[in-house]
Design a protein around this ligand. Sequence first.
Ligand code: SF4
Length: 335
Amino acid sequence: MIRVGIPRALLYYQYLPMWKTFFEELGAEVIVSPTTTQTILAAGSSRVVADTCLPAKIFMGHVLSLTDKCDFIFIPAIRSLKSKSYNCSKFLGLPDMTRAVIPESPTILDIDIDINKGKRRLYQAIYKLGRRFTWNPFKVKRAAMAAWQAHLSYRELMSSQGLTPPQAIEKITGTPATELKAHPDSTGPVQATIGLIGHAYLLYDEHINYQLAHRLQQASNKVLTPEMLGRQELEVAVTRTVGTAYWTYEEDVVGAGSHYLQNGADGVIGIMAFGCGPDSLMMDMIHRQANRLKTTPFMCLTLEEHTSEAGVTTRLEAFLDMIYRRKRRREEVCV
Ligand code: SF4
């Protein structure tokens, strides 16, 4: 059986169920790289120039961890998923960048996804990818339809049950959400509701964010993430804030940020990668909105290779303290 490797990084969190279904429907076995470790990060960092963003370094580390475990590695080049909105340049050149820095990588299965070129080009690209496994176009079409259905069910599962991508993936595929030791479940009443916004690969990679979501939950806070909102809610929030989205994943940052600043969160934490152009623009927009509204505190955490755990936890504790005090003051005023 052909083994297809999928790195547990970058767009893994958004699309694993879809990609897995597609390849399995075509008769392949899907191998996912392990959760991020310091060894994976160091290996990835050693292959790219220093100012490459942290998620891209981690991605390369995951590719390296798969090199002797599969026949192909799936690395799509996602340019655009919506008319006139564009992805960060790292995603556009990801297959070529990987070939250049990891020449020993198994053959890379790439697919160029650019909705601006029309649906016909997209279907042709899917058939081209499927031809690696079968010459039967109907089989490829069936696999693509099953994959799309799996994606819709995945999104629905997260928004209807309030699950994070790792939790939903665990539910669907049985792949454990994390190999890190989970913090004990909190039993007390909810202290505050915190909206976490940012790209999925920063919110759910627990190695690079020092288990931020777990820490919040352990301190009896309820955590809300972008995937817990429906596509429509996110799009409405983006339109209200910036009009038309320019970046492909703007909903996860600007949409979720704007929504949680105005609905249901006591505080919002944005997570971005150091040196990330799109994020610096989007987080700034949310920062300005928070300053303008003055209703919900906002904090932005910037992650990079040398971010220390102590730095993250200190800022987190200070932010939470401020939120708890604010809540207590409000409750006293209401009494
Ligand atoms: S959007 Fe930012 S963090 Fe994500 S790959 Fe591009 S530069 Fe890196």
